[in-house]
Design a protein around this ligand. Structure first.
Ligand code: NAD
Ligand code: 6OD
Length: 488
């Protein structure tokens, strides 16, 4: 794929579209321009949706489930065969360490096709026998049909992983898709178009349009009446706009939105594991993981020990570009996001935080100095109502606060408008379950973080989203469940 000229993928072809406009795709490592991305006009998006609609009744719609799932296994295999190209593209767009992208982003991009092909083959539909007055009875049979054209709107933090997490199940269920990747990370979504063609996926089944949100490709797509359902991952305030767009025509919507996640460290935890897990949950992907921890509550008797060890361990993080095999922390995604995170670093000082580590912009080697770097940062001492405690920052930072009792920490963790994920660290399994049940989130990890089984429900409570995907829950969203009642 030519990284310098990124086109839409519509009806099986790479096209420049009709707006005549392009925008820069930048590498956050040094802010250099990787290439130009074509911005879709309304008619380009309409063409993509029309192609997706036509494909529903074309060869794709005629495939048996076995043929369709075989095709998706080929897609998974082909991503793995072109692993290095996907890796290079993802690292160019995001600047993340190669070790991270090769461990998480690219393998999960492939797994999302394989696992949901397996799910669709193995999940049964319901069946009920009904007694009737004539004693002959009736049989009810559940039947799943594809929902139709699915709009997939995806973010920049785990571009391939989060896009295929929706495209995989959507295609497994027999739908067709139009994807609008984040304007910050267009490469791997485009590269997947080549893979689709190589694997014989019929034209129009997988389409990609590039552009921004409001008054651009995102809005054109979500407002198109031939889109049957919308699945979105991104910020909560964008989710509200997309929910309003979906309301027109009563289309189904799945929203995976922001978080301000709490970690809870009890004094009976395995401290080594809690430190290792909190290092990952606070700093992995430079803190740009929706499930990441920005609030760490530590039981008072181990507070100072935990704090000192976390700060010492975090001092070992090594900022650097993907080309440096020793890098453990990449840059943020963009200059705009860098400014946002730095403004929270400033706000933390104004709100009275004690800065235990970082708190600013690092000095990098000359060739990297224009990149989107920020220091990994740890604070303590903020009040519970500080904005830094309440708002999602989405950077490599966390605040530590001691607590005394289980009741107190449950109340603290729940005192937030978001409700995505939590990580609980304790060797007492009764306490772990008791606390996990009371935390208002969609995902609770005990003694781990970001440990994913794709058969399980994934989604957020409160302002972190609407709906669940994963396993049978994805099938619920990506199919229309019909009851067929047969009178015997
Ligand atoms: P964003 O909301 O700014 O953008 C997400 C996508 O929506 C992009 O493709 C963008 O172009 C598009 N978009 C923006 N405005 C739109 C509009 N009006 N109509 C249609 N499309 C529009 O989010 P982001 O900055 O890319 O991602 C970071 C956010 O995503 C964080 O808040 C993070 O917590 C959240 N996130 C959540 C999950 C989850 O699973 N819950 C996963 C990853 C990221
Ligand atoms: O693992 C997943 O399926 C998933 N949706 C992860 C989300 C990560 C958020 O940044």
């Amino acid at each position: 794929m030519n990284h310098s000229d990124i086109r839409h993928f519509i009806n099986g072809e790479f096209v420049t579209g009709s707006s005549g406009r392009t925008f820069d795709n930048r590498n956050p490592v040094d802010n250099s321009v990787i290439g130009q991305v074509h911005e879709a006009a309304q008619e380009d998006v309409a063409a993509a949706v029309a192609a997706a609609k036509a494909a529903l009744t074309g060869p794709w719609g005629q495939l048996s489930m076995a043929e369709r799932t075989e095709m998706l296994y080929r897609v998974a295999d082909r991503i793995n065969e072109r692993f290095d190209e996907f890796l290079e593209a993802e690292c160019l767009d995001t600047g993340k360490p190669r070790s991270l992208a090769s461990h998480i982003d690219i393998p999960r991009g492939a797994a999302n096709f394989r696992v949901f092909a397996d799910v669709i083959k193995n999940v049964p539909t319901e069946s009920f026998r009904l007694d009737t007055p004539d004693a002959a009875g009736a049989v009810n049979i559940g039947h799943r049909a594809p929902k139709g054209v699915i709009a997939v709107i995806s973010p920049w933090n785990l571009p391939l992983l989060l896009m295929t997490w929706k495209v995989g199940p959507a295609l497994a269920c027999g739908n067709t898709v139009v994807v609008k990747p984040s304007e910050e990370t267009p490469l791997t979504t485009t590269l997947l178009g080549e893979v689709m063609n190589e694997c014989g996926v019929p034209a129009g089944v997988y389409n990609v349009v590039h552009g921004f949100g409001p008054d651009s490709a995102g809005e054109f797509l979500t407002s198109n009446p031939d889109v049957d359902a919308i699945t979105f991952t991104g910020e909560t305030r964008t989710g509200e706009i997309i929910a309003a767009a979906a309301a027109k025509g009563l289309r189904d919507v799945s929203l995976e939105c922001g978080g301000k996640n709490a970690a809870i460290v009890f004094d009976d935890c395995d401290l080594d594991k809690a430190i290792e897990g909190t290092m990952r949950s606070a700093f992995a992907n430079c803190g740009q993981v929706c499930l990441g921890t920005e609030r760490v509550y530590v039981q008072r008797s181990i507070y100072e020990q935990f704090r000192d060890r976390l700060v010492e361990t975090a001092k070992g993080l090594r900022l650097g570009p993907p080309s440096d095999a020793d890098s453990t922390l990449g840059p943020l995604i963009s200059k705009e996001h860098q400014q946002k995170v730095l403004s929270y670093y400033e706000l933390a000082r104004e709100e009275g935080a004690t800065v235990l580590l970082g708190g600013g912009q690092p000095t990098m080697a000359d060739e990297l100095n224009d990149g989107c770097w920020v220091e990994p940062t740890i604070w303590e001492g903020l009040d519970d109502d500080a904005r830094v405690i309440r708002e999602e920052i989405f950077g490599p930072c966390c605040h530590l606060r001691p607590f005394d009792s289980e009741e107190e920490v449950i109340a603290l963790a729940n005192d937030n408008p978001y409700g995505l994920a939590t990580a609980i660290w304790t060797e007492n399994s009764s306490r772990a379950i008791r606390v996990a049940e009371k935390i208002e989130v969609g995902i609770a990890w005990v003694n781990s973080w970001f440990l994913r089984d794709l058969r399980t429900a994934f989604g957020g409570a409160k302002q972190s989203g609407i709906g669940r995907e994963g396993g049978v829950h994805s099938l619920e969203f990506y199919t229309e469940l019909k009851n067929i009642c047969l009178k015997l």
